[in-house]
Design a binder for this molecule. Structure first.
Ligand code: FAD
Length: 392
């Protein structure tokens, strides 16, 4: 049986970035990918948002670090990630900009700034200068100037290639069928679908996203409730003269608007199309398309009636009940770290997650930005039962 120090399972952006960070720190690492790099949530058309604005507050330390790392990546990896920093305007219309809406906006801006994420409230006059064409009922926007977008498959491949350049083995078309920890939990044997076995003498990073619950259940009996959600995305033509200066979001609508490399306008925002989790195949939903186009017309009237170029629902991410990821070691098994459950927004965080994970794996202490993302909080590792309450 072959033996290496560290095995990373999963060639999406999280696995590839972790392999690179481990290799950078001098570790011997093998990255195993069941199919091709970026064939899961880290692949597909369009671009992914690289944003800190609007995130769950528990993700902000990671998001802040990620926004520091993103502008450096092309240079560090020696390849283009397609990263562009063009800022995010999250729009607040009359329905949400009343007193409570205003207060929540101010509270969010303050919390983001306190976490080191530049954030400012933009009033209507300035908004018109920053982004013409926004619907009249929008009163304010929360502007996060350091947010941007990147090319997700290119980024994933750039991480993997740079890892290889540092001596990591990147092996595609190799499925991990099971994990068998040693009795003392210090090392893990990976059973491959080919029947071969590979020993990870120092640790395993499980970045297999959709397969994670099955691998955990079979290997260590941990029940991790993640579910798969494919997000439907739409591409429309921008009318002549229309320029999107920033990414746009909407405080009340499931709408995110970005511009792609070829000048099309990409619409996403989290609405799911159909998804078969067994086959891993998505289908587009015409109702979702209608709602998305209606939201677009209500937010950016200049784009009402824009020609639809393509609709895609081919990729699924995993979600948790509280919509933040799980990044944790397994109970009694400190040599296995799990990173999944990104809930539709893991791409932007990946450089910082991978850096923090690597520190944890190599140095032994969970870095503080990873503290909120425990398995415990989901009950996955809970033992015992509630005390029985008796009463009159
Ligand atoms: C349509 C859509 C839009 C999104 N938009 C954004 C956005 O704007 N901003 C943002 O931050 N995030 C966004 N996300 C989320 C983001 O893309 C994901 O959170 C991120 O790509 C997850 O990366 P990953 O490496 O964990 O998983 P994946 O990319 O899914 O990679 C997991 C890999 O593991 C492999 N694998 C699985 N099982 C095994 C096994 N047993 N053995 C070996 N390999 C295995 C798979 O083949 C796969 O390649 C979006 C997601 C989708 C689907």
């Amino acid at each position: 049986m072959r033996s290496v120090e560290y095995v990373v399972v999963g060639g999406g952006v999280v696995g590839a970035a972790t392999a690179w960070n481990l290799a950078r720190r001098g570790a011997e690492v093998t990255l195993l990918e069941a199919r091709e790099l970026a064939c899961g949530a880290s692949g597909g058309p369009g671009r992914r948002g690289v944003r800190a604005g609007g995130r769950d507050l528990r993700e902000l330390p990671l998001a802040r670090r990620a926004l520091e790392l993103w502008p450096e990546l092309d240079g560090l990896l020696g390849a283009a990630t397609g990263y562009r920093r063009n800022g995010l305007l999250n729009l607040y219309d009359v329905e949400i900009a009343g007193v409570a809406g205003w207060q929540s906006l101010a509270a969010r801006a303050q919390a983001q700034r306190a976490a080191g994420v530049p954030s400012e409230i933009v009033e209507r006059d300035r908004l018109d200068e920053m982004q013409p064409g926004i619907a009249d009922d929008v009163r304010y926007a929360l502007y996060t100037p350091h947010d941007g977008t990147a090319d997700h498959p290119a980024t994933t491949r750039a991480f993997a290639k740079a890892a290889e350049g540092l001596g990591a083995a990147v092996v595609e078309h190799t499925t991990v069928a099971g994990l068998a920890p040693d009795a003392d939990g210090a090392a893990v044997t990976l059973e491959l679908a080919t029947g071969e076995r590979l020993r990870a003498g120092r640790g395993v990073v499980l970045a297999a996203n959709r397969s994670t619950p099955r691998l955990l259940r079979d290997a260590v009996g941990v029940t991790l409730h993640l579910w798969e959600k494919a997000t439907q995305i739409t591409f429309v033509t921008a009318p002549p003269g229309f320029v999107l200066n920033h990414q746009l979001g909407h405080g009340r609508r499931s709408l995110s608007v970005k511009v792609t490399d070829d000048g099309a306008v990409m619409l996403s925002g989290g609405r799911p199309g159909g998804w078969d989790p067994v086959a891993g195949v998505g289908t587009t939903d015409p109702d979702v398309l209608r709602t998305t186009l209606a939201d677009l017309a209500a937010t950016l009237p200049a784009l009402a009636g824009a020609e639809v170029l393509a609709v895609d629902n081919s990729r699924a991410d995993t979600s948790t009940i509280d919509l933040i990821p799980v990044i944790d070691t397994l109970p009694g098994l400190p040599s296995v770290v799990v990173a999944a459950g990104w809930s539709g927004h893991g791409f932007a965080l990946a450089p910082a997650v991978a850096e923090a994970l690597t520190t944890w794996v190599l140095d032994g202490d969970r870095p503080y930005p990873l503290r909120p993302f425990t398995l415990d909080r989901l009950g996955a590792t809970a033992t015992g039962s509630w005390p029985t309450l008796t009463g009159p």
